[in-house]
Design a binder for this molecule. Structure first.
Ligand SMILES: Nc1nc2c(ncn2[C@@H]2O[C@H](COP(=O)(O)OP(=O)(O)OP(=O)(O)O)[C@@H](O)[C@H]2O)c(=O)[nH]1
Length: 428
């Protein structure tokens, strides 16, 4: 059934021409150009082509259009010149501002929340993620509907026309949204229950989960591809078919681990989106280790780091989850900045400088991650019946076999593994 309020992808046709606008309202320590660059990158993630960008300093935000009349005119000209169909505002817009801007610019307008919702929609890989995103979207639309209705009502009141056909229509629309949201919530409950079962099953498998997190554009996917495509790591098609963002890999001393790529983090994540974001990041919340990929060549690198940490806390990641920072894009730094950065990383064992593009430092990152994961591992001497193929396979799967020797009927293994696995082996 179509309620008329389902996500309308038609508005964001792949390749649609878009203008990106950053109304700088002051109070942000961030670099305006970097901000435009980020938003353009996010817009491109939903498949539109960015054909123009403008940053404005807005001294007095206008209730009707946020930006000033002259600024509206500048963008309108740009829209006409570039034949753009979409204008992305890197700010929150009220429903009224959004509509007024659409009229003035003769183009579809979306704000930062709308854009982020689109991206979550594209990236949500699990059923739960998709449902959460749709709920957030409906919530966003319902808010717009109610408020623009109040606005209309006030106008009509001014002319002495209270009520009328428009009002009935909006009532009906609101009920449809409400019903659909209730249905989604029920589906979500069902899905969450089923997923809990699946996750329980996987948690019993002794594979550590390593999640890549980081600000948008930091280089997570580049690192993910480098790691899973390189010789050190074996790609596992089982996971690839289930979810393109999960791969089974092996690390020194760890036969199997799951590496998970995630959607990029952004600053000022609207609170109504946190649940949706969390659902697209379920691997992160229960991960054994996080690799926080940072773009150290970015002017706002420190602020981005803080944003990522804030969101991790918001979605419920424990601060005891071990994390390693991968200081990425080392290749973009000049000699001086590079030397300063490397000197910093030498003093810390939780930071590795890398270039996911050239592969520099990635081996060290892998060794550091493996070292952390196996830090509690110990060396055991285990004697098996030489015919016990299953036992031998188990040892190879769960530990690092350092030595093995056949002595008549017996096979003697030297194995490094987690004490927890050793105990499991004994009670096997
Ligand atoms: N020069 C340089 N560019 C890099 C490096 N790593 C990634 N990039 C570039 O940075 C851009 C973003 O990389 P992605 O891997 O897509 O970043 P991401 O963190 O997955 O981004 P989101 O999907 O937005 O979260 C791409 O153009 C990459 O080619 C690096 O080490 N050096």
């Amino acid at each position: 059934m179509s309620t008329g309020f389902e996500r309308d992808r038609g508005e964001f046709t792949r390749g649609a021409r878009a203008i990106v606008v950053y109304p700088d309202l002051g109070g942000s320590s961030r670099d305006a150009d970097a901000r435009l660059e980020e938003t353009a990158g996010l817009a491109e993630a939903i498949g539109v082509t960015v054909v123009g960008r403008e940053a404005f300093r807005v001294r007095t935000p206008r209730a009707a259009t946020l930006i000033g009349a002259g600024q509206v005119e500048t963008i309108a000209t740009l829209v006409r010149m570039e034949d753009a169909a979409l204008v992305v505002f890197d700010a929150g817009l009220t429903p009224i501002q959004q509509r007024n801007l659409e009229t003035a610019l003769e183009a579809k307008v979306i704000d930062r929340t709308g854009l982020i919702l689109e991206i979550f929609g594209e990236r949500a890989a699990t059923a739960e993620g998709r449902l959460q995103v749709e709920l957030a979207h409906l919530d966003y639309q319902a808010g717009r509907l109610v408020r623009s209705w109040t606005h209309l009502e006030r106008q009509r009141g001014g002319f002495g026309f209270l009520g009328g056909p428009g009002e009935t229509q909006i009532e009906a629309d609101r009920r449809l949204i409400r019903d659909r949201m209730a249905r989604l919530r029920r589906e979500l409950e069902q899905v969450t229950r089923t997923r809990g079962l699946h996750r329980g099953r996987r948690q019993r498998a002794p594979w550590p989960v390593i999640a890549l997190v980081g600000y948008t554009n930091a280089g997570k996917s580049t690192l993910f591809n480098y790691l899973t495509g390189s010789d050190v790591m074996a790609k596992d098609l089982l996971f690839a078919t289930l979810d393109p963002t999960l791969r089974q890999i092996s690390l020194p001393g760890i036969d199997k681990a799951i590496l998970s790529d995630t959607v990029g983090f952004v600053s000022e994540l609207p609170t109504q989106l946190v649940a949706a974001f969390k659902a697209t990041l379920e691997e992160v919340v229960s991960a054994d280790m996080l690799i926080h990929v940072r773009d150290v060549a970015h002017p706002d690198s420190e602020a981005q780091r803080a944003d990522v940490e804030t969101v991790l806390t918001e979605i419920g990641v424990s601060d005891t989850t071990p994390r390693i920072e991968a200081w990425n894009k080392l290749d973009l730094l000049d000699d001086e900045a590079r030397a300063a950065l490397l000197a910093q990383t030498e003093r810390r064992d939780d930071v590795v400088a890398i270039s996911a593009l050239t592969g520099e430092g990635v081996d060290r990152l892998v060794a550091t991650v493996a070292g952390r994961l196996t830090a509690g591992h110990q060396r055991y001497t285990i004697t098996l019946d030489a015919a016990d193929g299953a036992g031998a396979a188990w040892l190879h799967q769960h530990g690092e076999v350092l030595d093995q020797e056949i002595d008549g009927e017996r096979a003697i293994y030297e194995v490094r593994m987690a004490p927890r696995d050793y105990e499991r082996f004994l009670t096997r």
